[in-house]
Design a protein around this ligand. Sequence first.
Ligand SMILES: [Zn+2]
Ligand SMILES: [Zn+2]
Ligand SMILES: [Zn+2]
Length: 234
Amino acid sequence: MALGNVEDIVPVSVIGLKAVLPRFGDAQLTLEDQAGSTLGLLFPLGEGIALTDVSGDDFHRCPNCDLPVESLASPYCSETCKAQAAFVRQLRGALATGSILSPEKQTAFGERLWWLLGGGLPMREARIPESAKRQVIKRSGGACEFCREPMTAVENFGSGCNRPLHLRAVCVDCSRTKAYGDLEFSQSAPVVAMLRDLSQRINTVVPMRPCDDPDHWDWRSFVAQRRSRRFELE
Ligand SMILES: [Zn+2]
Ligand SMILES: [Zn+2]
Ligand SMILES: [Zn+2]
């Protein structure tokens, strides 16, 4: 992690962050502020979040979720785990330096959190150019590209890129994007479970997993360890 002047560094806790965030569920806010407000879903220490033992240091497992992995191309079992770990690690870094107090950072991290939780990319989708939308609608013939029911929206698919290749026409049932502030979604059991897991990893003073550590995580050395310890198993 690159650090600026030592005087610039004012660590912020999750509780301190929550105190300055835009209010979650306020549809009057700009989409940027609404995205930033999703960070307010994180739990501070104490609210069912306790410190537990360090894990994720078995080189034959995904450092993010502990599933067995033998890949020598990536430490992680999936792109999702890679993205989750990057979110935790980079948010830990932004809290440690206080850079998370910038509204732009809050927007960027909040957008990523909502996407990780499964709510899609509402801010990105609000900016899909009309020309790209028209191309997708033409391609789909007005039907959902997953189930062929009549389409109701154009959404990002996979990456957050707004070119037609990465967009899909969707119907109400196949749509995965949730508006920022959607309470039913944000309070659903799987979302709350993921929030608890992420919150725990973000709150701990000592990183719970090696991939959570903005100062010392080195995925190449993790994979190198996996390679060199392969033979111990055989
Ligand atoms: Zn994993
Ligand atoms: Zn559909
Ligand atoms: Zn692209």
